[in-house]
Ligand binder design. Structure first.
Ligand code: ADP
Ligand code: ASP
Ligand code: MG
Length: 824
């Protein structure tokens, strides 16, 4: 015999209720079946809200009531096809609606809503739905659960009277033991009950239909209890919060109980105990996807070696701290705390006490916090007066999270990983608790960090089938645009082969910015961007920080000083930064150092490999050399793809001004080519390399030997283009001489440690004439080259050479930086 429970969504729509019919009728062909049903999805909330309206004298209660009636009428009209059955059912439900309307009217007239009346009102949801289901299914017989589910009043709450209930269930279902006539399907309204003494209608608490089903299954020794709901079983976390949550195939009773107690709403917590005692398995299944096997909950499960099975959480918790300087000497503090709270009917779901014994923190629901503080202050009034203890401190709006798994007890380092992961994400833990059973670690965080904590933990404990990296891309010019394209084409591959999901959650350009934590569709991002916010750097910064999204990286593909000024804030909020923009790393030394230090302190990354040599591994190589104890003695480099392109292009028929124009057209140069021609770009790069080599340098320290007179840089960009041809004749004269001497122009950046005083060094940029045979002579196109002379690479310097500019290689370099963050 089986007990099947169908939740609100399973009876809430035509599609789902027809699926229910199919499922139970199939089961009933082979065995007796008891079906427990909830009210139609959302009806319980509506019944309660309408009663509040009536209480406040709000006439709108009538409209709300009518809507409830219409919803049920429409359902009956659509699913009950037999006209006689439909008429009978309409008579039954309309009789119930008449009663309900009278109760509401009474509440409305006398402005009074007692708990008894409220309980009566809320019972109609299940009474209605069970009538519909009993008529819909073949051979359905409706049972009245108030005849056999009995409660008693304890600490101001309705608690199940298990013994009486068991006896009454056995009596009511006696016929179930008889040989089956016509494959009867017993349909039971869940949730509702009757007080054993007053015989008033009561209930088992919100979500209580699961419990009704468990009580019946346990009493009748069912072979299995099936909980049919709207998701594919018990999942690693609430799928409505964690997109990557997935079904857990098997759970032990203990694991399921821990997860439910900490907010996994999929099963009402008291449900598990009665079936666990009888060793009856529970299967959680999806009414909308019956083929899916769902989750099996039972005593012993096959070991899957996963230390953590799932994560659950409770929103709206208050942490009450009972503390005092001399609390150590006060006897029985904990006994008094718990007795006081129990007497008031307040449930405590977490306790944490430091071994110094001078404070105990307890977690209660926000709605219980005021009463809890009041009764505790009363209980300890004497100690508070003498100063042995402080008045209770309550912190509202917190969230409690639990990670659960029976294998935790065999796996060292889980707590370390848990708190390390939270710390790196900038989430501070306010209190924590782990029982000696080691199946659950619970902790309290500020409510605003709930979503982020769940995501980051789900990711780091490999509960997710893939890791997620959330990316903001700022600037979609040549590099940013190409990067987005590269991400778009690689997304699928990385997801499949590396189990990494690159989720672009923000895009901005000069006009607009758009943010979406679910990820922006990269096939359509231009259109989405146009519909976004108007560009505003501070607004964007604030929105990104407010999003508070886990495992995230801000990618700067602009050349903007304003954007570079945001990095510090982002790093402080545990958002890594990948910059193609050179401004930050070449800005004043102290700011550069502070950015690196902040990243280190926060456990995130500030990466800018493409600042020098686009995709070439120059910064990384210098870092590796220095980290392994080498010392950089000299850097000689051609670092401007633009300038190299210009001096390779220049020829008898291609004057200097034309080469500059071509560099711009072919997108080698910075958007403003004066940055290249004034040496600024090369100086910035040299400053970055020198700093990475371990030396403190500012841009102003670099000696400059330029080739365009200073006054060319003074006016507007237009003036500059107009004046540029004035230089052509001079260049051509010198070019002819060079050609005859078999030499070439190269704009060279140099850093050299003084050999007589190795703590000092000199940096310079200069247009040099290099002879045939020099490694720089044959450097083609826009390529870059770097010669590193170090203590280990002295006689034969290390040489790194290749494309030093261009959107594709730069974007690929940025992509590589992003991937290096994703892989940690
Ligand atoms: P029903 O009406 O069928 O009783 P509930 O809304 O009470 O359904 O419970 C199902 C919901 O529980 C799911 O839609 C899901 O959002 C939520 N939920 C929370 N935690 C979990 C979890 N770990 N696994 C599955 N669902 C969960
Ligand atoms: N209908 C009740 C509620 O919404 C009971 C249940 O669905 O389990 O809480
Ligand atoms: Mg439920």
């Amino acid at each position: 015999m089986k007990v099947l429970k169908f939740g609100g969504t399973s009876v809430g729509s035509v599609k789902s209720i027809l699926s229910l019919k199919e499922i139970v009728e199939t089961e009933a062909r082979t065995q007796p079946v008891v079906v427990v049903v909830s009210a139609l999805d959302g009806i319980t909330d509506k019944l309660l809200a309408t009663s509040q309206m009536a209480l406040k004298g709000d006439e709108k209660w009538r409209e709300e009531f009518d809507a409830i009636v219409t919803r049920h009428h429409q359902m009956i009209d659509t699913v009950i096809t037999d006209s006689q059955k439909r008429v009978d059912l309409f008579n039954k439900v309309d009789a119930l609606f008449d009663q309900l309307k009278s109760i509401y009217y009474g509440v409305f007239l006398i402005h009074d809503l007692s708990e008894k009346t409220q309980d009566a009102i809320v019972s109609y949801g299940e009474r209605l739905s069970s009538n519909i289901v009993a008529t819909l299914v073949k051979n359905g017989v409706r049972m009245n659960s108030r005849d056999f589910i009995r409660t008693e009043r304890k600490n101001g709450q309705h608690k199940l009277d298990s013994e009486l209930t068991a006896t009454l269930i056995r009596e009511s279902f006696a016929s179930l033991r008889q040989p089956q006539k016509n494959n009867t399907i017993y349909v039971v309204p869940g949730f509702i009950a009757r007080d054993r003494d007053s015989h008033e209608t009561t209930n088992l608490g919100r979500g209580g239909s699961d419990y009704t089903a468990a009580i019946i299954a346990a009493t009748l020794d069912a072979e299995i209890l099936e909980i049919w709901t709207d998701v594919d079983g018990f999942m690693t976390a609430d799928p409505k919060v964690i997109k990557s949550a997935y079904t857990i195939n098997e759970l032990s009773y203990i694991e399921a109980m821990e997860l439910c107690n900490f907010g996994a709403k999929v099963i009402y917590p008291p449900t598990i105990y009665p079936v666990c005692v009888k060793n009856i398995p529970i299967r959680v299944k999806n009414t909308f996807n019956p083929e899916h096997p769902g989750t099996l909950i039972k005593d012993k499960i096959d070991d899957d070696n996963k230390p953590i099975k799932g994560i659950s959480s409770i929103k709206g918790t208050t942490l009450i701290t009972v503390t005092g300087l001399s609390m150590v000497g006060v006897i029985g503090v904990n006994r008094r705390i718990f007795t006081t709270l129990a007497n008031k009917g307040i449930s405590v779901f977490m306790v944490s006490q430091a071994s110094s014994e001078n404070s105990t923190s307890i977690g209660v629901r926000d709605e219980d916090s005021e009463a809890a503080v009041e009764v505790l202050n009363e209980e300890f009034a004497k100690e508070i007066e003498t100063g042995a203890m402080f008045p209770m401190q309550a912190e509202n709006g917190r969230a409690t999270i639990a990670i659960v798994g029976e294998n935790m007890k065999h796996t060292p380092g889980i707590a370390g990983k848990l708190f390390g992961t939270l710390g790196r994400s900038g989430i501070s833990v306010i209190a924590c608790a782990q029982g000696a059973s080691e199946t659950n670690i619970s902790f309290v965080v500020d409510g605003k960090f709930l979503r982020k904590s769940l995501n980051v933990l789900h990711d780091s404990f490999f509960l997710s089938e893939y890791k997620v990296l959330n990316i903001f891309i700022c600037g979609i010019g040549t590099v940013g645009g190409m990067l987005l394209e590269q991400i778009r084409t690689q997304q699928q591959f990385l997801m499949q082969s590396r189990r990494l999901k690159l989720n672009v959650v923000g895009i901005s350009d000069v006009d607009n910015f758009v943010l979406d934590r679910d990820g922006i569709d990269l096939d359509n991002y231009e259109k989405i961007l146009r519909a976004g916010f108007a560009a505003n750097t501070n607004h964007m910064r604030d929105e990104i920080v407010k999003m508070n999204i886990f495992n995230s990286v801000f990618v700067d593909c602009t050349a903007s000083k304003q954007i570079a000024s945001l990095y510090q804030t982002f790093l402080e909020h545990n958002i890594s930064v990948v910059a193609a923009n050179k401004i930050a790393a070449s800005s004043d030394y102290d700011s550069y150092l502070k950015l690196k230090q902040t990243a280190r302190d926060r456990g995130v990354w500030f990466r800018y490999e493409t600042n020098v040599g686009a995709g070439l591994p120059i910064i990384g190589t210098i870092n590796d050399l220095c980290n392994s104890g080498d010392k950089i003695l000299k850097i000689e480099a051609i670092l401007s793809g633009t300038l190299n392109f210009i001096f390779n292009e220049i020829a008898g028929d291609v004057p200097f001004s034309e080469t500059v124009r071509r560099a711009k057209e072919q997108r080698y140069s910075e958007p403003d080519p004066r940055i290249d021609l004034s040496g600024t770009d090369v100086i910035r790069k040299l400053v970055i390399l020198t700093r990475e080599a371990g030396y403190k340098v500012e841009q102003t320290d670099v000696e400059k030997h330029l080739f365009v007179p200073d006054d060319f840089f003074e006016g507007s960009l237009d003036d500059f283009w107009k004046r540029l041809p004035e230089l052509d004749a001079d260049f051509e004269k010198r070019r002819k001489v060079l050609e005859s001497e078999n030499k070439r122009w190269r704009f060279v950046a140099t850093m050299e440690v003084n050999s007589d005083e190795p703590t000092t060094f000199k940096t310079s940029v200069a247009l040099k004439e290099v002879p045939y045979g020099h490694p720089f002579y044959g450097l083609e196109g826009s390529n870059n080259i770097v010669l590193l002379t170090t203590e280990r690479y002295k006689e034969y310097p290390m040489l790194i050479q290749g494309y030093g500019a261009g959107a594709a290689v730069t974007a690929a370099g940025v992509f590589a930086n992003i991937m290096s963050i994703a892989n940690i």
